[in-house]
Each structure stands twice: as structure tokens, then as C-alpha cells.
Design a protein around this ligand. Structure first.
Ligand code: S3P
Length: 171
């Protein structure tokens, strides 16, 4: 049980990477950010992969990485917003991981990351982003535990996750 990974899932801008890094530091576990891993394996930024090779290629890099991560333990893994939407990825990650969802309403997401330009899927109109957000909520809601990150500091979110894991018997 205590070897299980902690997998953070949720829409872009919900704080997966920031929270994941802080959580890993607190636990003394390894932190893995799937977008960063893909960037270091391919030598391209996520945006470049989307632009040069298309989303399909990015998703295939994601699948390869998730397969590679299978068998690892005591890692906090911050996934990209689309990673857990693929059922094969979900199954592999959940095999040795607790799936924790981070949530934020779409207005908060837009306020946090709006037009920062490093997320190819946020380049559309607010309406496009809102549609994508809606489409994905059902999948994210399958996480075993979800934290609403609205108006919470990183430390508060980390504390809530740790409290849950303790109650669950992993803390
Ligand atoms: C994506 C989210 C991004 C990144 C890519 C696609 C998505 O990660 O993987 O741009 O499909 O939601 P973050 O959730 O870390 O922004």
C-alpha cells in the first residue's frame, strides 16, 4: 500500500504540477510531471509537439510514458490534463496508484492560465475551453478523491490530500 503512487489528475490550471511537486517534497518521494518527461524524452516542448507533429503524436508519447511508469512506486505523478482520459492510461496508472482529482471551475482555470500560450488546447475562445472543460468533468470525477482548489493555497491542497491519504491508510 505505501508503495503506491499518488496520481494527480484534472483539467489544465487546477494546480497538478505545483501541488504534486510540493506533495512529493513533503513525502520525500520522487516527483514526475508527465508533460516535462515527454519534453525531455522527445527534446520538444509540448506546444512544439502539437504544432510540428499533431495531438495524435503527443497522445502516443503520453501512452508510452505511462507504460514506462508502470511498476514504479513512491512517486507523485502530475499528469497532463488529457492523460487520464485514455482508459488504457487510467488502468495502468490506477494499477499502482491512488487517483486524486484536482478541480477548479472553468472561470478560475481561465483566470489562472488564460492566454499564457504554452497550452495548445487553450488557444480557442473561452467558449471552446468551456466546452472542453464540460466534456471532461465526468472522467475526472472518477478519481477516488477530489479537492476543489478554488481559493485554496498550495499548502492547503497538499494538507487536504495528506489528510485523505492518512484516513485511507497511506499517510
Ligand atoms: C493537455 C494538458 C496539458 C498538456 C497538453 C494537453 C490536455 O497539461 O498535457 O497541453 O489535454 O488537457 P496540463 O494539464 O499540465 O496543462
Amino acid at each position: 500500500m505505501e508503495q503506491q503512487n499518488i496520481i494527480l489528475i484534472g483539467f489544465m490550471g487546477t494546480g497538478k504540477s505545483t501541488v504534486g511537486r510540493r506533495l512529493a517534497r513533503f513525502l520525500g518521494w520522487e516527483f514526475i510531471d508527465t508533460d516535462q518527461e515527454i519534453e525531455s524524452v522527445t527534446g520538444f516542448s509540448v506546444s512544439e509537439i502539437f504544432h510540428r507533429f499533431g495531438e495524435k503524436r503527443f497522445r502516443s508519447e503520453e501512452r508510452l510514458l505511462v507504460r514506462r511508469l508502470n511498476g514504479r512506486g513512491q512517486c507523485v505523478i502530475a499528469t497532463g490534463g488529457g492523460t487520464a482520459l485514455n482508459p488504457e492510461n487510467w488502468t495502468q496508472l490506477a494499477q499502482n496508484g491512488v487517483m486524486i482529482g484536482l478541480y477548479a471551475p472553468v472561470e478560475i482555470v481561465l483566470r489562472r492560465i488564460g492566454q499564457r500560450g504554452d497550452r495548445p488546447l487553450l488557444k480557442g475562445t473561452h467558449q471552446d475551453v468551456a466546452e472542453l472543460w464540460c466534456e471532461r468533468q465526468e472522467a475526472y470525477a472518477k478519481a477516488e478523491f477530489t479537492v476543489d482548489t478554488t481559493d485554496k493555497s498550495v499548502d492547503e491542497v497538499v494538507g487536504i490530500i495528506l489528510g485523505y491519504l492518512e484516513r485511507r491508510g497511506q499517510g
